[in-house]
Design a binder for this molecule. Sequence first.
Ligand code: SF4
Ligand code: SF4
Length: 97
Amino acid sequence: MECRPGCAACCIVISISSPIPGMPNGKPAGVRCVNLDDDLRCKIFGRPERPRICGAFQPDPLICGQSRAEAVKIMAELEEMDVAPFLDEKQCANGTN
Ligand code: SF4
Ligand code: SF4
């Protein structure tokens, strides 16, 4: 699937254990990444300082759902099940925001 413009659910809802520019200890679940701009796009997209884990993420309808609201719900449920490390191993965020 294509990454959904204006979504950024993955940059907010899930926790990221890797250091992120401006967030050296990573990002807790539910906390907006400081690198998101006002349009919910990644300000460091394509730059070397963007965490590897972010660049590795591929949007997937199983996680991203059919809407932003669904993505938020799915990711919040994954966090509640404490499977965020699984997400962190594979990915964190999206390609277009
Ligand atoms: S990867 Fe998924 S959750 Fe993240 S911004 Fe793209 S569509 Fe939304
Ligand atoms: S892609 Fe990574 S660095 Fe960029 S806004 Fe999302 S979580 Fe932050």
